[in-house]
Design a protein around this ligand. Structure first.
Ligand code: 16G
Ligand code: ZN
Length: 534
């Protein structure tokens, strides 16, 4: 095995002078400098699997919402969670080893440090999005996996959440926690059936237009539609921007990130006032909704809105089922959540709100501590997780009347409809449709639940972003010294002001967020804080 590892690494030499980091989204950069990283990630994945006695580990090759020439890779833990932080550090170190001998030495060091039996089975699942560089990078991972003697399942093209689903299914097959059949068909059947049951005969109003960012979500949604109830009985879906034949169009002028960042519909959009739309990102783990109102003004329904909608609906079902005393719902947000959304959850829905640093793993961990944890980033990435005790309570509960029985069956179907392993744009979009159908709400009614505070997000280029250190879920700076005081002074000058600055985990920049009672005040505050940060 030793020679094989050295050979595989030498086959994909590392470019000189580059430093790689396993960040919030795994390794992510220009695709043409990733070959060496992918081979080493293959080795780490094999080690991680062996350290867990041969449990399946996932490797997803994607750069999500980033431009077509980028790519990336991330590892998935056995239940579909993000990689453990300790292993992120090991991955970073491994990615930066210079040559075959150093890599082999480090491989053996990890094995001895974690008492990993190198003869134990290693099982790894791989998949990729539709980027042109994906096939080459897959080859690089395969070389690493083969050298480490891992058993490999290659699922070809999948959305990121589908890969997470496969990993969880493979590791729970045949146990009491079995999550589903580990095939694409199994995924569509599970979510399709749950959608039908959760609707309970209610028909969503109008149709839904889904912008797939010209990414892998397009063909997968087309496939999923075949497993949904016929459009005459349930939901009519129009799929747009699903051109994966032209990978250079991925995320270009379309997709969830474009819509959220620019606060407008993709220029190609042909929908009229009131038409319900949503956009996925390039690997279909984010979704945002939107529509044009009667005055043709663009209206965004982002992750905050999905969280409030879903939390209120699940709260209603839990109450109607007679379970309010035994099951508590909580919402997890980041500092980017609009202040009005936080206030709506706390004061109107009367639910607890937790705030965590940016990045799905932080929200996921916080949500795991709740009976029902609804977590969404404002950018549209999120899901709902049910604790094992809650699942048990819901499974065993005997309804006392037909009203309770109805609510209980909807609740059970929602558990199946929501991808428990990770935020899943396809599953989230169907969930939103179920809630709107049950409430008989248009997007306008959804929007009117509360009014967002005007806000502004700025990207500030600085010479060294590592000096920006935060506390309190990234809401306050501890370094550079004195800066937070200056920000506080600016915030106090505007009505309903809030602002924070944090170093980006994915770009070489500092992000500044500001909100206030009026658009002018929010923009002014953002500009002033950006000036302070510079
Ligand atoms: C990554 C995160 C996303 C987060 C974003 C923030 C995952 C899977 N993805 O894309 O959740 O919102 O980074 O980027 O964790 P930033 O640090 O550049 O603001
Ligand atoms: Zn994504």
């Amino acid at each position: 095995m030793s020679n094989a590892i050295v050979d595989a690494v030498q086959k994909h030499p590392a470019p000189e002078g580059l430093k790689y980091t396993y960040g919030t989204a795994g390794f992510r950069t220009k695709a043409d400098v990733l070959d060496s990283v992918l081979t080493r990630v293959g080795l780490v994945a094999a080690l991680r699997s062996r350290s867990l006695k041969g449990k399946w580990i996932g490797v997803m090759i994607t750069a999500s919402h980033n431009p077509p020439e980028d790519n990336g890779v991330k590892l998935v833990e056995p239940l579909g969670n993000m990689l453990q932080e300790e292993w992120e550090v090991l991955s970073t170190d491994m990615a930066n080893k210079a040559n075959g001998d150093e890599v082999l030495q480090y491989y053996n060091e990890i094995a001895s440090k974690y008492k990993i039996d190198l003869d134990a089975p290693a099982r790894v699942v791989v998949a990729r999005d539709t980027r042109a560089s994906g096939a080459r990078l897959l080859g690089c991972v395969q070389d690493g996996l083969k050298a480490a003697g891992a058993e490999v399942k290659d699922y070809g093209f999948l959305t990121t959440p589908q890969l997470h689903y496969m990993v969880r299914c493979l590791n729970t097959e045949g146990t009491k926690d079995a999550y589903g059949t580990p095939t694409e068909k199994g995924y569509y059947e599970k979510f399709g059936a749950a959608f039908k049951t959760a609707l309970k005969g209610k028909k969503p109003q109008g149709s839904l237009t889904v912008d797939c960012a010209n990414g892998v979500g397009g063909p997968k949604l087309v496939e999923l539609i075949k497993y949904l109830p016929p459009k005459e009985e349930a939901l009519e879906i129009h799929v747009v921007n699903d051109n994966v034949i032209k990978p250079e169009s991925l995320n270009v002028d379309c997709g969830a990130d474009f819509v959220k960042t620019n606060q407008r519909a993709p220029p190609s959009s042909k929908t009229g006032p009131g038409d319900r739309c949503c956009s996925l990102d390039g690997d279909a783990d984010r979704v945002v909704f939107y529509f044009k109102d009667q005055s043709n003004v663009f209206r965004l329904l982002d992750g905050d809105r999905i969280a409030t909608l879903v939390a209120s609906f699940l709260g209603d079902q839990v109450r109607s089922a007679g379970l309010a005393d035994s099951i508590k719902i909580g919402v997890v947000q980041t500092a980017y959540a609009n202040g009005a959304a936080t206030q709506y959850v706390e004061q109107h829905l009367k639910l607890k709100v937790d705030c965590t640093p940016t990045g799905v793993k932080h929200l996921h961990h916080a949500a795991e501590k709740l009976d029902i944890g609804v977590y969404f980033e404002a950018n549209g990435h999120g899901t709902v997780i049910f604790s094992p005790d809650t699942l048990d309570t819901i499974a065993k509960y005997e309804p006392k009347n037909p009203g309770q029985a109805d609510a209980l069956s909807v609740l059970r179907a929602c558990i199946d409809l929501i991808n428990q392993s990770v935020g899943d744009a396809l599953s989230d979009a169907l969930l939103v449709e179920v809630v709107l159908a049950h409430k008989s709400w248009t997007t306008q009614e959804w929007l009117s639940t509360y009014t967002d505070l005007p806000n502004r997000l700025l990207k500030v280029l600085v010479s060294d972003r590592t000096i920006f250190k935060t506390t309190d879920a990234e809401r306050r700076l501890t370094s550079p010294e004195g800066l937070q005081k200056q920000i506080d002074a600016e915030v106090s000058k505007v009505r309903q002001g809030r602002s924070f600055a944090r170093a980006s985990g994915t770009e070489d920049a500092v992000r500044v967020y500001a909100e206030a009672a009026t658009k002018a005040e929010a923009e002014d505050l953002a500009r002033k804080v950006a000036e302070l940060v510079k």
